[in-house]
Design a protein around this ligand. Structure first.
Ligand SMILES: C[S@@+](CC[C@H](N)C(=O)[O-])C[C@H]1O[C@@H](n2cnc3c(N)ncnc32)[C@H](O)[C@@H]1O
Length: 243
């Protein structure tokens, strides 16, 4: 794809982003919910253990709510740069009042974690957000996450990835198109708004392996791809207990 201007803020800090997110396809939303549940299950806490976690690129809080549902004494710090997504999130998080707070955080900014995020947190998650960052920033963000984690604290990321080569791409498309016979037609007939969102979606998306490498380079341990299906993955690792 030819290089296009970075439209990420224009998409998310707008009604386009939030109205698209509210009206997402039922099946996609259900699949995302199952994957976020696995992230909750991977965390090492007892169901009633108090702990604090950060959700980076939290949007309307779907991933954070899943963690809060699994852990009755957990507290969430939801970080995002979109006033529109955060305002909708305040509505959706009303039943969790007292257990969460939003902070404005532009993830593209190096070493600029807002003071409202505690210096040490017990876990960090991100869901469908890190793919919006350039590679250098993915790498440096992972190092910043590690620095903010308590020893033994986990980082888990649920995200889409691009295929590593054309053969894999063909296989992913083949399987996807069998599941959704309308997919090929939809790809070839995007509305201008769908094309605008699509280009933003894929602009900085990269294959899985380098991202796992960024985690290892940031000296996480227990690094694994905990789940993968075609172009969606959950990977992560923890800060070593002694470092
Ligand atoms: C696809 S939504 C996912 C929201 C949520 N994590 C979920 O799983 O439902 C992507 C989110 O990332 C946020 N985002 C994108 N780029 C960002 C950036 N540079 N800094 C902070 N948030 C960003 C958007 O505002 C949006 O809320």
């Amino acid at each position: 794809m030819p290089e296009t201007a970075d439209t990420n803020a224009a998409v998310w800090k707008s009604d386009i982003g939030v109205s698209f997110w509210k009206s997402r396809d039922y099946d996609k939303a259900r699949q995302d919910a199952e994957r976020r549940t696995l992230m909750a299950e991977l965390l090492p806490f007892a169901p009633d253990e108090p702990f604090t976690f950060v959700d980076l690129g939290a949007g309307t809080g779907a991933a954070a709510r899943t963690i809060l549902d699994h852990y009755s004494a957990a507290r969430a710090v939801l970080a995002d740069f979109s006033p529109q997504m955060m305002a909708q999130g305040e509505v959706e998080l009303a039943p969790y009042a007292g257990r969460y707070g939003y902070v404005e955080f532009d993830l593209t900014a190096e070493d600029a974690w807002p003071a409202d995020i505690p210096a040490r947190v017990d876990a960090v998650i991100s869901s469908l957000a890190v793919h919006h960052l350039k590679d250098d920033r993915k790498r440096s963000l992972f190092a910043e996450i590690r620095a903010h984690l308590a020893p033994g604290g986990w980082y888990l990321n649920y995200d889409p990835v691009t295929p590593p080569d054309a053969v894999v791409e063909e296989a992913w498309l083949r399987a996807g198109d069998r599941r959704d016979p309308a997919a090929a037609h939809k790809r070839a007939h995007r509305t201008p708004e769908e094309q605008f969102r699509y280009e933003n979606h894929v602009r900085y998306m990269i294959p899985l392996e380098p991202q796992v490498g960024f985690l290892r380079a940031a000296r996480f341990e227990g690094v694994d791809v905990f789940w993968k299906e075609l172009d969606f993955v959950i990977y992560g690792g923890r800060r070593p207990l002694d470092g």
